[in-house]
Design a protein around this ligand. Sequence first.
Ligand SMILES: *[C@@H]1O[C@H](CO)[C@@H](O)[C@H](O)[C@H]1NC(C)=O
Ligand SMILES: *[C@@H]1O[C@H](CO)[C@@H](O)[C@H](O)[C@H]1NC(C)=O
Ligand SMILES: *[C@@H]1O[C@H](CO)[C@@H](O)[C@H](O)[C@H]1NC(C)=O
Ligand SMILES: *[C@@H]1O[C@H](CO)[C@@H](O)[C@H](O)[C@H]1NC(C)=O
Length: 269
Amino acid sequence: MESPSAFAYRGCTPQQGLLLTASLLNLWSLPTTAQPTIESVLPNAAKGKEVLLLVNNLPGDLGGYIWYKGEIIDSNLQIVSYEIITKTITHGPAYSHRETMYPNGSLLFQKVTLQDTGYYTLQAIEKMYQKPVRKPALQASNATVTEHKEAVVLTCLSNDTGISIRWLFKNQILSHKDRKKLSQGNSILTIDPVRREDAGGYQCEVFNPINSSKSDPFRLDVQYDPTLPSPGLSDGDIVDIMVGTLIGVVLIAALVCFLCIRETRGTDS
Ligand SMILES: *[C@@H]1O[C@H](CO)[C@@H](O)[C@H](O)[C@H]1NC(C)=O
Ligand SMILES: *[C@@H]1O[C@H](CO)[C@@H](O)[C@H](O)[C@H]1NC(C)=O
Ligand SMILES: *[C@@H]1O[C@H](CO)[C@@H](O)[C@H](O)[C@H]1NC(C)=O
Ligand SMILES: *[C@@H]1O[C@H](CO)[C@@H](O)[C@H](O)[C@H]1NC(C)=O
């Protein structure tokens, strides 16, 4: 999506112009109405050398924003972050003392140079993801069960909202199939019937896109008759690939060429 730009590169070659592009990554899906947009504008064309990355249509329930230099979210490339509730501005490693972050998310560059040319990324953080996730509690129906005869029900208890739950068995993400069932938003793990290979350490982990926390380990003991053969192979492990929903709204490719206009004017007069 390209925004209509009043700053077409008339008479400018791209090398002479200043290209600032930006995109918005939010960490969770947004309603499809009123997608946020970013455009680069010259707030004070007469004064020149200022570029505003203007953010429109951000949803109202945000906790904060982070601007990055570049196309990826990398804390080393963080320019500035803003926490809405405390109105706290924090400068990051990529801050050059020429950027001003506004409470509405827009970012102003002053004394822009050709070195500022490039891609910028805005990360919008929903309110409920701002607090660190608290440690969940793991509750078990029984710590000792008998092979083939009994089931065990493990429950992950968390008071946090906006979280997801996954289970770890012997420090690996648990594959939940066959005898292992998850229910109630993954908060309940039922193993029915239990087998000897299910003995070991379990943990549940609650997570949101920016933080996570594991319960204390719980050890399940399985009693079995050693004269009976082990009943088959254990479930194959499936690694759940966690792909956060990233909605990238790529907005602008505005070529700002006042630098060369000024240069041209300068040589004309
Ligand atoms: C955000 O704030 C800046 C500075 O006050 C202003 O120039 C800009 O228009 C504002 N953006 C929106 C979308 O209101
Ligand atoms: C736990 O399992 C053991 C062994 O199977 C059984 O004897 C005991 O009654 C169970 N305890 C509870 C609370 O279910
Ligand atoms: C959830 O909150 C209740 C009431 O404050 C507390 O008793 C319980 O321990 C909390 N549970 C967890 C997992 O933090
Ligand atoms: C979650 O946030 C807390 C507090 O900011 C931090 O100490 C912890 O390392 C974070 N955990 C992860 C997995 O990012």
